[in-house]
Design a binder for this molecule. Structure first.
Ligand SMILES: [Zn+2]
Length: 196
């Protein structure tokens, strides 16, 4: 990470204390510009030319912070749902009596639709697909369907609490809709349960 003098004549960089451009001999006392260079976590270079040293320092600080944030929350760091599920499961074995029901639900209904995905790439549409898949097999009771949605939501919330994931929860919107369906504000037979 660095701030260098930027030559307005030949666009090359020189050390900040130099009086003349090392490439073309331009005299910096005729006007100075500064190039701020910061390396991001994945090795990419971010750079920008600015008019004043004060602004260059401010920008350098800002870019450094951004690089650190990208490192913490960057796309490469978003966990696979499978890894988080395994972590959740080992936690559930110690803390929840009903962990075997969760395991069964996950393996049978949820996993086939979302395995191998990163948590931020699973959408409400994927959750819909899981429910659609269930309904195509047999008319599950609304309570059973609700268990599936609640489980997905719980895994996401758990990941959030454990600082494993910071993004949105794909089951949230669907759960709201479902609770209206299940608890009778929209009265429908369970075998014609529509969540669209
Ligand atoms: Zn020059």
């Amino acid at each position: 990470m660095a701030i260098n003098l930027h030559c307005s004549n030949c666009k090359s960089s020189s050390k900040i204390r130099k009086r003349y451009c090392r490439n073309c001999g331009y005299d910096f006392s005729n006007g100075k510009k500064y190039r701020v260079v910061v390396k991001s976590h994945d090795g990419r270079r971010m750079s920008k030319v600015v008019e004043s040293i004060a602004y260059a320092r401010k920008l350098e600080g800002k870019l450094k912070t951004q690089a650190i944030e990208k490192n913490l929350f960057g796309i490469n760091q978003i966990p696979l749902i499978d890894d988080v599920w395994l972590k959740y499961l080992s936690w559930a074995k110690e803390n929840k009596k009903s962990w075997q029901d969760d395991l069964h639900r996950w393996d049978k209904h949820i996993c086939p639709y979302i395995r191998g995905k990163r948590m931020d790439s699973i959408s409400a549409y994927d959750v819909q697909s899981i429910l659609k898949g269930m309904r195509s097999k047999r008319p599950y009771a609304p309570a059973t369907i609700k268990h599936i949605i609640v489980l997905i939501k719980r895994v996401y919330n758990w990941a959030y609490e454990m600082d494993l994931y910071e993004g949105s929860n794909p089951a949230s919107k669907i759960k709201e809709l479902l609770s209206r369906v299940v608890y009778g504000k929209i009265r429908q037979r369970s075998d014609s349960l529509q969540l669209h």
